[in-house]
Write a protein that binds this ligand. Structure first.
Ligand code: NAP
Length: 313
């Protein structure tokens, strides 16, 4: 019986490779995997996981021989890593290969929101421009004061891009990082928000960072403030964000992630000062292929008893 189970919806390239390289059993969802016959579950030693459904200790116990959960994605907040460790199950993720794409999307949302490019596009398409209607002036982006909340791998790649836009860079992390001269470290997230106009959230998800972008932080950003979030919807107090955007107490937002996905709060769709994306930060052909490859490489290493490439526990 096969030792690998792949859970989730994969691209054709990944589907083919999961079959050819790993002879993987398939399940579209975690629930479907849990419904597999007991004998099949008992033979599984490695799971390729792609999904956001909570994968906790109870689910792990349904696979008594499990030794590896290889996550598709760098964010592994859906997997209870402590529960995995307690069962001597290794967890891997897919870091670095997606940094460029997520950073590109963050910068794009920042520019599109600030320069009101969605409205500019509509202005051309609707014929308003042809009819002689002026398009309103908007916000200068280069030179802005920007704060990175979480200067990890992706946060750093975003900061490097924004440095090329001659932005004044500030950041918060749990400790100061080795950065180019002139970047300012803040040991308090609220102080970071007070020092900048644009806040880019690049934290991990999970309980430790839940609603870290709080009502207080949004107030500290002020009326000219903009929140860009490519991390997880859980890192932002979404109700406080919506209240501030609706009241004009915050200038705008660019969001790739939401508290409820894919059913983003309909209040967002009624706002014209936001740019909304369907959690597509890493969603390019090249990067998704690289993520799939890294996920499978971890599984192959596990089956060959070699060192795992990108272990998180
Ligand atoms: P990373 O290098 O691990 O950076 C994570 C950041 O979160 C770091 O700045 C880290 O702080 C901070 N952090 C970690 N644990 C924390 C805690 N307990 N309390 C407060 N801060 C904490 O991860 P990454 O590769 O940059 O990825 C960041 C996140 O982006 C992922 O976890 C994922 O959720 C999200 N993501 C989204 C997309 C998308 O499609 N939108 C795609 C990929 C990733 P330190 O700097 O102090 O270490």
């Amino acid at each position: 019986m096969t030792a690998t189970l792949a859970i989730g919806t994969y691209t054709e390239i990944d589907e083919t490779a999961l079959g050819a390289d790993l002879d993987a059993l398939r399940a579209a969802t975690l629930d479907e995997a849990l419904a597999l016959p007991e004998a099949e579950r008992a033979a599984i030693t490695a799971i390729a996981y792609k999904g956001h459904a909570a994968f906790g200790g109870d689910q792990m116990d349904a696979f008594p021989a499990l030794g590896l959960i290889a996550n598709f994605g760098v964010g592994y907040d859906a997997i209870d890593v402590d529960a995995a460790a307690a069962r001597e199950i290794a967890v891997t993720n897919t870091p670095d290969v997606l940094n460029d794409d997520v950073a590109d999307l963050a910068v794009a949302m920042l520019l599109i929101q600030g320069r009101r490019m969605l409205q500019g596009d509509a202005h051309v398409r609707s014929g308003a421009w042809a009819d002689g209607e002026d398009f309103p002036l908007n916000r200068k982006m280069s030179g802005s004061r920007v704060g990175i909340l979480g200067l990890g791998r992706i946060g750093r790649d975003i900061a490097d891009r924004l440095a090329a836009f001659r932005m004044e860079l500030h950041y918060w992390s749990r400790s100061p990082k080795d950065t180019p001269e002139g970047w300012t470290y803040h040991d308090d997230p609220i102080a970071l928000a007070e020092a900048v106009d644009i806040l880019v959230v690049s934290l991990v998800g999970g309980p430790e960072t839940e609603k870290m972008v709080s009502a207080e932080m949004i107030r500290a950003l002020g009326r000219d403030g903009v929140v860009i979030n490519i991390s997880r919807g859980s890192t932002v107090d979404e109700r406080a964000l919506l209240d501030a955007l609706e009241a004009g107490e915050l200038a705008g937002a660019g969001l790739d992630v939401f508290e409820d996905e894919p059913a983003a709060d309909p209040r967002f769709a009624r706002l014209d000062n936001v740019v909304l994306q369907p959690h597509q930060g890493s969603g390019t052909h090249a990067t998704r292929a690289a993520m799939g490859q890294l996920q499978r490489d971890n599984i192959a290493a596990f089956h060959d008893a070699r060192e795992l490439l990108t272990r998180v526990n």
